[in-house]
Structures are given as structure tokens and as C-alpha cells.
Design a protein around this ligand. Structure first.
Ligand SMILES: [Ca+2]
Length: 235
């Protein structure tokens, strides 16, 4: 969900967001609003576009701060970062701000280790991710109409179950501690070994096909599953 934007200028098939005195061009570089005073093209209220995921991805960014409550030095990112060490910001962030889509922060490089998903807004402290973030992934997948197919056996075999919403206890679906493979059809899903989204977790994205849970010691351990929602602030 986008908030705080005034309007959108569409000019020459490009677009520009006007945010109070700041404008962001398609390419992400800042442009002086005054330079566009002469542009007489179609103006649209951004309210109509707040759920436009494509647009949201284009202007998404995350700002990391090396002190809590947005103090200290900071660094801004608009793309995935597989190793924050190269940005001299590994194990450093203590607070952050998100604009646009969600970001997944990982405790290891290359999007590995423990993770936390941060939604749009200000995060003045990072809890168990304090000074532990080593890589960042922008969530580019649409979160609407999520669907994941769970399979009882490895290789997408055995009984299967299509899940389209958060399930706090897979016992109800007859699938507790049974899943051995999955395919994500839509959205972003958080897999948990405990009920009610507790215990060890993994995150999986649209298009993922995990054919054998044995490979990462998750066979027959899945007990709850959450579909990431646009409104989620921290997961
Ligand atoms: Ca199984």
C-alpha cells in the first residue's frame, strides 16, 4: 500500500511520483519538481493506483540506520543485496524504514539464515534482527490471491492440498507433520514447524518448487503456514 503521495504525472509513457516537494522519476533518481512545471500531461489521483503492485515495486526502497530510532549513519537500497558486507553495512542495522513493497531481511548472506519480513513503515528497533542483517530481498511477488500446493510425499507425490489462506494448524487440513514437497502458485508463504506460526521458519515465493524437504531437514515437520499480507508490518 502506498501512502503519502500526492499524484502521478504520466509523460511520454514514463511516470513520476510527486511526494510533497520531492519527486521520483521512473529510474529512481531524484528530479527537481520545478523542472516539470511545464509538463501538461494527464494527471491521475494516486488513490486509484495504491494497489498497483507493479508501480509499488518501482518506487520501493529500504533505508537502514546503524542506530535505533533512525539515528546514526544510514544507507538506502532499492534492489536485492546478497551481501551487505560489500556495502559496509553487514551486522550493522539497528532500525529501518520501508517504502512500498515488503523487504525480507536475512541473518546470512545470499538470502539465507533466519529472516524477518518488514512492511511499509518505520521500524525504530529490530528485535532479534538487531545488528544481524546480512542480506535483503525485495518482495516483488503480488500478494493477492495466494496459493500453495502442499504434497504428502517428496517429488510432488502422494496426497496434495491447495492452501489459499493462512492456516494456524495444519491438523485441520489433515496435513500436520506430513508435508514433504510444495509448489507456490501465487504470493509469498511463511512455513513454520510449530502451530500458530511458531518455531523454525522458512519463506517461499511464487514459482518456488521445493521437491524434497529431506534435503533441508524439514521432512514431515510443517505444522502451520502463513500467507504474507499487504498489511503485515512485521512477520
Ligand atoms: Ca511426508
Amino acid at each position: 500500500m502506498l501512502t503519502g503521495f500526492r499524484c502521478l504525472v504520466v509523460a511520454n509513457n514514463d511516470w513520476m511520483l510527486l511526494v510533497d516537494n520531492i519527486s521520483l522519476s521512473h529510474g529512481g533518481s531524484e528530479i527537481n519538481f520545478a523542472a516539470f512545471q511545464g509538463v501538461h500531461k494527464s494527471l491521475h489521483c494516486l488513490r486509484d493506483l495504491v494497489n498497483d503492485t507493479h508501480l509499488s515495486i518501482k518506487m520501493s526502497k529500504i533505508i537502514l540506520y546503524d542506530e535505533t530510532d533512525f539515528n546514526g549513519s544510514h544507507k538506502e537500497f532499492v534492489d536485492n543485496i546478497s551481501d551487505l558486507g560489500t556495502e559496509i553495512f553487514s551486522d550493522t542495522a539497528r532500525s529501518l524504514k520501508v517504502q512500498g513493497q515488503h523487504w525480507v531481511a536475512y541473518t546470512k548472506t545470499n538470502f539465507q539464515g533466519k529472516f524477518k519480513v518488514f512492511g511499509q513503515g518505520d521500524h525504530g528497533s529490530l528485535g532479534d534482527m538487531d545488528q544481524k542483517i546480512r542480506s535483503l530481498r525485495l518482495v516483488q511477488e503480488a500478494l493477492k490471491d495466494p496459493e500453495i500446493i502442499l504434497y504428502e510425499d517428496v517429488g510432488y507425490k502422494g496426497r496434495s492440498r491447495s492452501i489459499e489462506e493462512t492456516v494456524n494448524d495444519l491438523t485441520r487440513a489433515g496435513f500436520d507433520n506430513l508435508v514433504s514437497s510444495h509448489k507456490v502458485k501465487q504470493g509469498v508463504w511463511i512455513l513454520c514447524q510449530g502451530k500458530n506460526q511458531t518455531g523454525e521458519r522458512l519463506i517461499t515465493f511464487k514459482g518456488d518448487e521445493w521437491r524434497n524437504y529431506v534435503d533441508f531437514s524439514w521432512n514431515d515437520k510443517l505444522s502451520s503456514i502463513k500467507a504474507l499480507q499487504t498489511s503485515d508490518l512485521e512477520v
